[in-house]
Design a protein around this ligand. Sequence first.
Ligand SMILES: [Zn+2]
Length: 545
Amino acid sequence: MNAQRNSSANAMHPLWLSLLTTLWLVTLPNWPLWRQLMALPEVQGTRGLLFMVGMGVAIWALTLILTLMLGWSRLLKPVLSLLVVSAAAGAYFMFSYGIVIDATMITNVLQTDPREAADLFNWRMVLALLLLAGLPLWVIWRTPLRKLGWRRALVSQLGGMVVCALVTVLCLMAIFQDFASIMRNHTQIRYLINPLNSLYAVASVAAQPFRRDEKTFLPIGQDAIQQRPANAQAPLIVLVVGETARMGNFGINGYERQTTPKLAQEKVISLRGVISCGTSTAASLPCMFSHLGREDFDSRKHNYENLLDVLQRAGLAVLWVDNQAGCKGLCDRVHSASTTQLKTSPWCDGSECHDEVMLDKLSDRLAQLPVEQRAKGVVLVMHQMGSHGPAYYKRTPAAFKKFTPECTSNALQECERQQVINAFDNTIVYTDHFLSQTIGWLKQQKQPSVMMYVSDHGESLGENNIYLHGLPYRVAPEEQKRVPWITWMSESYQKQQGLPLDCMRSKITQPFTHDAYFHSALGLANVKTALYQAELDLYASCRRS
Ligand SMILES: [Zn+2]
């Protein structure tokens, strides 16, 4: 009896535990935010300090309101734990890779497969999470809480919320002038407020089905038919979908390092002015294959079929070969194969395969496609592992490690920046080899053929301390958006189509976007539909007919 009384006397008021935990969240786990704010020219001197204090108290009060709203009675400790863990994870990734957390980033996390997750795992992460989450979790669960009657609990929760709301308003009023201009000029700051950024992003991803009707799935291009030029044979069209390849790191695009010696020997056209639709695979890939351009794709109210459905509807044989984390639903209705699990192949090391594995037994794969479809032409999509980070060094076989030393850690910040760039450039050397092997294979085929290689997005390699990709589109640096677009055509294809590849030379430095992908691919396959827009077909103006 005595002991019980003692322990309840030592017990803490729930409000105190909430106050202390949220105070912790504002400090260390928000270091990426404070670091960025301190670096801004607007946030200097006494006024800058006052601004930071005002921001800090407002964030503290806002986080506390959230805790009080969700953390009723027995739920308090689980709610605090959730906040602590998401703040710790957010802080680690923001600090290590210079990323920010928004809805697209959460979508990427949800679509990550175990292998991609393993790529990010390292001991530095474990240590950071132990410090940022383990310690406060231990304190939270060790602290006995005072039991309040329901009336007192109600008064304390509601009263706390009102006080916090007042504090937030007062703080923001005090710093409003600076706050408004900084938020307007540095949009990325809002995505750094931890853990409110993660919670907001999760909520907006969860709300997506309400904004978009996910049940109906609309067909497109129902009028699609193929109309080849007279006497033109059925074409073999290879669409290589690149991964994380950034335009500026291709020797063929003027990079100071020769990362593409083999493509330099081929008659290819490499465009340098192409901007991606998104800054991550999950955002870019569906958008590239959609008939809607980037803006309409973002605000679509329904889901639609894609380029591959239209090509198949026009009668062509379509095969998607995937050496990565899957086709994000794009290949659901066409023939598909995955090469990531081929453990016996010489290109595989048991956990993943180098991209050349996709060329292995390719003719056999194509021979299995329906004969009547092949008679109209074959569209083969090869989805590369490419330059997928952060473990770039895993993407290149030993023979292609031209630039050394390579960063061999997935904790990129542990390596010198030059080592990270070396490892990335080697992935481009290997992609150069893969593309030239693909061209070599096409040259052996009897059909007229074309290869169109386009990457899904670029990559940051330490510019302004930013690594990887996936920053919100509006604030993402150019390196994450500029992608290579390389075309090769067989002589017979050029002749039969009346499309001399050389004519494309005038477009090398012109600005284009991924919006052109859908229409350019339809044009290459001679597929006619009301959806097709010639002005978005990169090759249309070079076609003599
Ligand atoms: Zn990607």
